[in-house]
Design a protein around this ligand. Structure first.
Ligand code: SAH
Ligand code: SF4
Length: 393
């Protein structure tokens, strides 16, 4: 039987297990501090736990750390990490520095974009993640590990050129102080904002995602504020409603990409299942429950969704939801024919939205030179690996 990873357990689950093992209550806090503040990747590093307990933990749970396969840095210091999982699948995370007001609050802190699935089943026509199809959901620990592994990398290698935000509270100050913090404890946190916008459709892996986000949000865990977490979805209407009923005040980004069903159907097969009326209805509900926490993502694709009439239809939806719009010039994907519009067309689209009273920004691509759009590094690496395999035959 496959054993669960310890970083997939909630605090309550860990406490219940330890109680069953007749361990004193303070062990829960000790272990959590090793995992989330110490970011350790070996049981033996948990030096204040008795040897017998370490052995029992090792027998019952895995303690897996993501393996870094490749790291690309862009000129603007956006970093893209390609990780190998236990089953050798590849996933990506992107570290985006100083990203003023991209999602929600103005912020100059480090944002991490995480993946939630290996591949994606939704097959949007423009997207690299959809190209190779769907392989599997990530487990909660694989989502959580993306944050910890980047911070581990930063502790070791990146400290010279990626600066943690000085104002961010030190994660080592976990609230429960029932024992001294582990020695050799790394220095505070790097990541203060999370965007769930990497490979995969997050709301199609709902339970694992929510479990991971609760761990990343907890003060003793990732310590990332709920309002600093943005989930991007292609528009799974029932799950948007479910998310609206969660206690966490998470931000939602809807990948809109069109103001009409006609155009959206051409780009996103999911729109046939949940057409705009349903998706926007679900967003109305989210808005009612959560307030102004919705953003629209809008990739501009030449000759497809970049016309002014489309901008006017988008403006109607945005005003209805008080949503801000992030316009993103399409990032070309090898093997796909879509193109980004000329800058004049991008600016005209932006100007039309602004004229209609909608808050919109045009992203002047960060990380464009490192295949930062979702799934692109993995796709390229897999192609290269395949080619290497072929030429070795
Ligand atoms: N599945 C979710 C989250 C992952 S995709 C979703 O679709 O929202 C994250 C964002 O990247 C989406 O807005 C998606 O439309 C966008 N994206 C995908 N391929 C892109 C490309 N080639 N260029 C620019 N953005 C892209
Ligand atoms: Fe999946 Fe999002 Fe890519 Fe669409 S854009 S294929 S939903 S990852």
């Amino acid at each position: 039987m496959k054993i669960a990873d310890i970083k997939s357990l909630s605090r309550e689950e860990l406490a219940a297990t330890l109680a069953q093992w007749n361990e004193p209550g303070y062990r829960t806090g000790q272990i959590l501090r090793w995992l989330y503040a110490g970011r350790v990747s070996a049981w033996d590093a948990m030096s204040n736990l008795p040897q017998a307990l370490r052995q029992r933990l090792a027998a019952e749970y895995s303690l897996h750390a993501l393996e870094l396969v490749r790291m690309q840095g862009a000129r603007d210091t956006t970093r893209k990490f390609l990780w190998r999982l236990r089953d050798h699948s590849l996933i990506e995370s992107v570290l985006i520095p100083a990203n003023p007001a991209l999602y929600g609050d103005p912020s100059d802190r480090q944002t991490l974009c995480v993946s939630t699935q290996v591949g994606c089943a939704y097959g949007c026509r423009f997207c690299a993640s959809g190209l190779a199809g769907f392989k599997r959901n990530l487990t909660p620990d694989e989502i959580v590990e993306q944050v910890l592994a980047v911070e581990r990398w930063h502790d070791k290698e990146g400290a010279a050129d990626v600066r943690p935000d000085a104002a961010a509270p030190d994660r080592s100050e976990a609230p429960d102080t029932d024992s001294a913090p582990p020695a050799g404890h790394p220095r505070g946190r790097l990541i203060s904002n999370l965007v769930v916008m990497g490979m995969g459709e997050p709301l199609a892996n709902y339970d694992h995602l929510m479990k991971a986000l609760r761990l990343l949000n907890a003060a003793w865990g990732g310590g990332i504020g709920a309002r600093k977490i943005t989930i991007s979805t292609s528009g799974l209407a029932p799950e948007i409603r479910r998310l609206a009923d969660e206690p966490l005040q998470l931000r939602l980004a809807l990948s809109l990409h069109a103001g009409s069903d006609e155009v959206r159907n051409r780009l996103m097969p999911v729109n046939r299942k949940y057409p705009l009326k349903e998706v926007i209805g679900a967003c109305d509900y989210y808005q009612e429950r959560k307030g102004r926490l919705i953003t629209f993502e809008y990739i501009l694709i030449a000759g497809i969704n970049d016309t002014l009439p489309e901008a006017r239809r988008v403006a109607v939806l945005a005003r209805r939801l008080h949503a801000k719009i992030n316009l993103i010039p399409y990032n070309p994907v090898e093997g796909l024919d879509w193109k980004r519009p000329a800058e004049t067309a991008q600016e005209a689209f932006l100007a039309e939205l602004t004229r209609l009273g909608v808050a919109a920004t045009l992203r002047r691509e960060k990380g464009g030179d490192i295949d930062a759009a979702c799934g692109q590094l993995r796709l390229r690496t897999e192609r290269e690996l395949k080619q290497a395999g072929r030429s070795a035959e």
